[in-house]
Ligand binder design. Structure first.
Ligand code: 4AZ
Length: 205
């Protein structure tokens, strides 16, 4: 699962998926890589508003799960993530605004609390944060996803379990005060995801 804005077309050529990777350089003994047989972009993705910023990548061959490669639970349809819900974002993106190079060599993670949609709309511009989006960040700034993290996961603690609540989507600058990061709200796409991952349904490609 990724963000639609990461792809200029559904062409799979040139794309490769790496699983269990922790370093961009050197030994990744727990890594498995594979090619992609389909890229499914959400039909209602709007590049002007960032609404429905979600994509699915089908791997050419099935993955064997290991201690290092495991599926994540997806936020159930209608899940509520209250203000302050503990959440973590991981990625390979820039570690500072305006300094995209060099990108980090090891996978980074940051803890960011969920910020409710009403407050996020006030900060970002009323009407810009739809029900298909979820915001996270600290008002003081300093902790955020950044350029190159797009399409990556935000996981949140829901009771005793961690679920993927968001996909890194957009924001105004990076880690600025009062400018939370905006994520695709995964819980809104349960039926769309299920339709496309079920091989016995007509949506299977
Ligand atoms: C990007 O362009 C991007 N802080 C990543 C994260 C955010 C905005 C933009 C949110 O990859």
């Amino acid at each position: 699962m990724s963000a639609a804005h990461c792809f200029s077309s559904p062409s799979t050529s040139g794309w490769q998926v790496s699983l269990g990777r922790q370093n961009l350089q050197g030994n990744n003994s727990n890594e498995v890589s594979g090619s992609v047989s389909a890229i499914i972009l959400h039909p209602n993705y709007d590049s002007n508003t960032n609404n429905n910023d979600i994509a699915l990548l089908r791997l050419s061959s099935p993955v064997t799960f290991t201690d290092y490669i495991r599926p994540v639970c997806l936020a159930a349809s209608g899940s509520v993530f209250n203000n302050g819900t503990d959440s973590w974002v991981t990625g390979w993106g820039a570690v500072k605004e305006g300094v995209s190079l060099p990108f980090p060599k090891t996978l980074q993670e940051v803890e960011v609390p969920v910020l409710g949609n009403r407050q996020c709309n006030c900060l970002n511009g009323v009407g810009t944060i739809t029900d298909n989006m979820i915001c996270a960040g600290v008002l003081a700034g300093g902790k955020d996803s950044c350029q190159g993290d797009s399409g990556g996961p935000m996981v949140s603690k829901q009771g005793p379990v961690w679920v993927q609540s968001g996909i890194v989507s957009f924001g105004f600058g990076y880690a600025r005060p009062n400018r939370p990061g905006v994520y695709t709200r995964v819980s809104r796409y349960q039926s769309w995801i299920n339709f496309h991952i079920s091989s016995d349904k007509p949506g299977f490609v």
